[in-house]
Design a protein. Structure first.
Length: 402
């Protein structure tokens, strides 16, 4: 029978794929939606401070590109990315001690896409991967969509325990290890050089691949830079290194990159062709022009100095804001402070009451691949000014007091 306007046929939702039905959404995104009111001081998001963006410099770069080469800027590009941008990113790697050529890199739509492409190109359903404990939440999502079996590596205040990693690699023969070794999300901790060297040695001895994610490494406030794991003997040819302009230039540009051996780059390029063909041409060319006309390192130094003041403001107020017996780390850079409340507290259960006081954090439980510690939480200290941080902590203290 032919349906008429008066005989509308209800169209049921098509059945979802098992991976879409089983993988939950991002708690961070959910919290941001709930706390979008302007009066909320939101420590939940990992949002760079918009007031510190070089708006004029970025706008000038876009104007120049659109005035001088509009046909190219508005046209399709290669999947691997614009040569001008890959060349300058490769130069930044090489200047920091990791010899890199433009052909060693692929531009991605943020480093999050690089994770998704790697998961598509490398992981078969049911294969084991190892992650830090706790772990960057969106990485857990990407690996879950790929059907991976995710196993958490024991960690302490300094990060991955190399002896525990060695045992797990021998036991599970995992496809890869995923790590954010510098100013880790969510904990803010940095893996010491001797542990990086030990992990590189395990990779060489056990045949382990490493995915090293470095979105925060340039945001250092104190201490000395620690070289990438990819630069240590044993890891050079079996480490995929991810990076991004999101935290040092602007997240809205959605520009990241993936450094990997040629065969793996080719597989990721094919996966990217199926995903989005290529990262927006105009954004790539504008970023390359910005880097040609401006001193990004000087800009990053200014941003890091401001973020260091904001970290100090948060650290100075935590003792009054959190219950007695709480503990927290002191990151040397990055964007996050990780805290643990005394046993018996559940930060997810407490969050609705905290939001009523117009402040928010991210409960720690979703960051765990294994058994979660429900008394943990993550707070981002870079988005608000020191005065706003102090007020937010005052509100948090009021919410958490009995």
């Amino acid at each position: 029978m032919t349906a008429t306007a008066d005989q509308a046929i209800a169209a049921p939702t098509p059945p979802l794929a098992a991976r879409a039905a089983s993988v939950g959404g991002s708690p961070v995104r959910d919290i941001l939606a709930v706390t979008a009111r302007p009066e909320v001081i939101n420590f939940a998001g990992g949002l760079p401070a918009p007031g510190l963006f070089d708006k004029e410099g970025i706008a000038a770069a876009f104007r120049a590109v659109l005035a001088e080469q509009p046909e190219r800027a508005l046209q399709y590009s290669t999947t691997e990315g614009e040569p001008a941008l890959r060349t300058v990113v490769a130069g930044r790697f090489s200047a920091r001690g990791l010899a890199t050529g433009a052909d060693d890199l692929m531009v991605t739509t943020g480093s999050q896409q690089a994770l998704s492409l790697l998961a598509t190109a490398l992981i078969e359903p049911g294969e084991t991967i190892l992650v830090e404990n706790p772990c960057y939440l969106a990485a857990l999502q990407a690996f879950a969509f790929a059907g991976a079996r995710v196993v958490a590596v024991p960690c302490d205040e300094a990060g991955i325990d190399p002896d525990a990693l060695d045992e797990l690699v021998a036991l599970h023969r995992p496809k890869l290890l995923y790590t954010v070794p510098t100013f880790q999300n969510p904990t803010g901790r940095t893996l010491p050089a001797e542990r990086r060297a030990a992990i590189a040695g395990i990779a060489a001895r056990r045949g382990l691949w490493i995915v090293e994610d470095d979105p925060y490494g340039e945001l250092r406030f104190e201490g000395e830079r620690v070289p990438w794991i990819a630069s240590y003997p044993g890891a050079e040819d079996r480490t995929v290194l991810l990076g991004s302009f999101s935290k040092v230039m602007a997240p809205g540009l959605r520009l990241g990159w993936l450094r990997a051996p040629a065969a793996l780059l080719r597989a990721c390029a094919i996966a990217k062709q199926a995903a989005d063909l290529h990262t927006p041409t105009v954004n790539q060319l504008a970023a390359a022009r910005y880097l040609a006309d401006n001193d990004l390192d000087a800009h990053v130094a200014r941003v890091a100095a401001a973020y260091g003041e904001r970290r100090d403001a948060m650290l100075s107020g935590l003792a009054d804001a959190l219950p007695q017996g709480s503990s927290w780390g002191r990151p040397e850079g990055g964007m996050f402070v990780w805290a643990k409340l005394p046993d018996g507290y559940d930060t997810a259960a407490l969050l609705p009451e905290v939001v009523k006081h117009d402040v928010a954090y991210v409960p720690g439980a979703p960051f765990y691949a294994g058994e979660p510690d429900v008394a943990t939480l993550r707070m981002c200290f870079v988005t608000q000014s020191p005065d706003e941080i102090a007020e937010g902590l005052r509100r948090l203290g009021g919410a958490l007091r009995p």
